[in-house]
Design a protein around this ligand. Structure first.
Ligand SMILES: [Zn+2]
Length: 97
């Protein structure tokens, strides 16, 4: 039987993407006079506290897509829930006992 490689499941993340900017303090570094160093980070809430995970190079795009995946699914679920309320209300006005 051929081994069919399974696609890695889509990452889903509830949070936001941010960028930390800092100057490293070395006088010879470009950041002393120019643009500061930038590190992308994922910000999320765990047990009511805001947490951050700094991201590795190349992870920002994946994390951004994962946040979009969460938000679109959440929006679909919210729309379905609103439709549920409308359906329940329609039963009341539909004259059914
Ligand atoms: Zn620097």
């Amino acid at each position: 039987m051929p081994c069919i490689p399974r696609r890695r499941p889509q990452l889903v993340l509830h949070g936001s993407l941010t960028t930390f900017r800092r100057r490293c303090g070395k006088d010879s570094c470009h950041c002393a006079t120019g643009e500061p160093h930038e590190t992308p980070a994922f910000v999320y809430t765990e047990e009511g506290r805001s947490k951050t995970l700094t991201l590795r190079p190349g992870e920002a795009a994946e994390v951004s897509a994962a946040i979009a995946a969460y938000e679109s699914t959440r929006d679909e679920l919210e729309a379905a829930a609103r439709a549920g309320i409308a359906a329940l209300k329609a039963r009341r006005s539909g004259g059914r006992p």
